[in-house]
Design a protein around this ligand. Structure first.
Ligand code: PEP
Length: 248
């Protein structure tokens, strides 16, 4: 049985004052939520998250990492630094990084490996563009993105990743994938995980991301292979984020 996981991706948003109110609101509203919750925040706010969330049920993490260990890589942040803030999760391969920073799947795979090496959990994002979907290439694209990661990991490491299916056309557009469309892709991704490690695949959480909000969360999260959500816009308001956590 997979526990649902709801992760907020704050992207490049926040301020110390706004974060304090948001984190306080999330913790206060959790009540008896059965889903796991986490926030992935800009690196300068990791200390603030650690201070505010340690001892609460909400985990925290980062949105990117260097594939390198410490050294002469100006501007980069390595996995061991993130681990010092007790990050549980690190997003790798978000479509915004693939698009704006030209990250390819091999780099994403190395980042996932760096995260695992420091005892944290990579949230490996995959997703197709609208043109790719319309050309019938969805499974080929997301399969290639996930395949690059699976190829680099040892089979036993498969159990330690989280996958996020985030169709690019659904991110920040208000247009979510239908539950049927998402479920089909999630089932395909799980089959791919199973081909690498049949014992681990049923336990790997596959999140859906792309305009998930309180109004559509329940229906998406009811599908058998949708194990949670990676939430952008709706993670910036405590009330909306909590509604999704409670739907899960
Ligand atoms: C995201 O950026 O990971 C995301 C899912 O964004 P949104 O929920 O705003 O579509």
């Amino acid at each position: 049985m997979r526990t649902k996981l709801i992760v907020g991706n704050w992207k490049m948003n926040g301020s110390r004052a706004a974060n304090a109110a948001l984190l306080e609101g999330i913790v206060a509203g959790l009540d008896d939520a059965r889903a796991e919750a986490a926030v992935c925040v800009p690196a300068p706010y990791l200390q603030q998250c650690q201070d505010a969330l340690a001892g609460t049920p909400v985990a925290w993490g980062a949105q990117d990492v260097s594939m390198h260990a410490c050294g002469a890589y100006t501007g980069e942040i390595c996995a061991s630094m993130l681990a010092e803030f007790d990050c549980r999760y690190v997003i790798v391969g978000h479509s915004e990084r693939r698009a704006y920073h030209r990250e390819d799947s091999d780099l994403v795979a190395r980042k996932a490996q760096a995260v695992l090496a420091e005892g944290m959990t990579p949230i490996v994002c995959v997703g197709e563009t609208l043109a790719q979907r319309e050309a019938g290439e969805t499974m080929q694209v997301v399969g290639g993105q996930l395949g690059a990661v699976l190829e680099l990991l040892a089979p036993e490491q498969v159990a330690r990743i989280v996958v996020a299916y985030e169709p690019v056309w659904a991110i920040g557009t208000g247009r979510n994938a239908t539950p049927d469309v998402a479920q089909d892709v999630h089932a395909g991704l799980r089959a791919q995980l199973a081909a690498r490690n049949a014992d681990a695949a049923p336990g790997v959480r596959i999140l859906y991301g792309g305009s998930m909000k309180p109004e559509n969360a329940r229906e998406l999260l009811a599908r058998p292979d949708i194990d949670g959500g990676l939430i952008g816009g709706a993670a910036l308001k405590a009330q909306d984020f909590l509604a999704i956590i409670h739907a899960a």
